[in-house]
Ligand binder design. Structure first.
Ligand SMILES: [Fe+2]
Length: 184
């Protein structure tokens, strides 16, 4: 049962403790699947940062006088599943997979940013200043990663190959259709 701010805080800490551990594995997999070097390097670096974030949450549990415990994070499960399903079902080419992965990573960072902001607010409200400063360090890392991924996601999106240009007969068809519509 959770009916106090303190219990809600602990619930969210357990949730993020689960999320970060799942993300270490997911980021490694995304790094392996990435073709763009900058993207692969970014995912690998963030997997290492995420390992530190797991340790930092253990410090938060310690400060709370609690044993680290995971609460399955359905939000991050869903975001990871979205990536896995895309890889499995769409069998994307390298460039499309990179663009998809950069955006998937960005969605995860935004999810985490909202979660950590909420945790920091609750920690402050509860007078847990040590916990709040630990969580702020993680928030800063997530915000930095989000900014990098946002830039990369735009670059990768713009570099995507376009569909082939329509053939001449298709051009003719479309222009006669246009003229039919305009009443010419
Ligand atoms: Fe994280």
């Amino acid at each position: 049962m959770a009916d106090t701010a303190h219990q809600l805080f602990e619930h969210h800490v357990r949730d993020m403790y689960d999320a970060e551990q799942k993300l270490v594995r997911a980021l490694r997999r995304m790094a392996k699947n990435a073709t763009n070097r900058q993207l692969a390097k970014g995912f690998t670096a963030h997997a290492r940062t995420t390992e530190r974030q797991v340790r930092r949450l253990e410090q938060v549990f310690k400060a709370l006088g609690r044993k680290p415990r995971r609460q399955p994070c359905a939000g991050v499960d869903g975001l990871i599943e979205e990536y896995s399903t895309f890889v499995r079902e769409e069998k994307p080419g390298d460039e499309v997979l990179d663009a998809f992965a950069a955006e998937a990573g960005l969605k995860v960072e935004h999810y985490e940013i909202v979660a950590y902001k909420g945790l920091i607010d609750l920690a402050k409200q509860l007078g847990l200043s040590n916990e709040a400063s630990l969580l702020k360090e993680t928030l800063r890392e997530e915000e930095e990663t989000a900014a990098e991924l946002e830039g990369l996601s735009k670059v990768l999106g713009k570099a995507l190959p376009m569909d082939e240009a329509p053939t001449e007969s298709e051009n003719t068809r479309s222009s006669s259709w246009t003229s039919a519509l305009s009443g010419a």
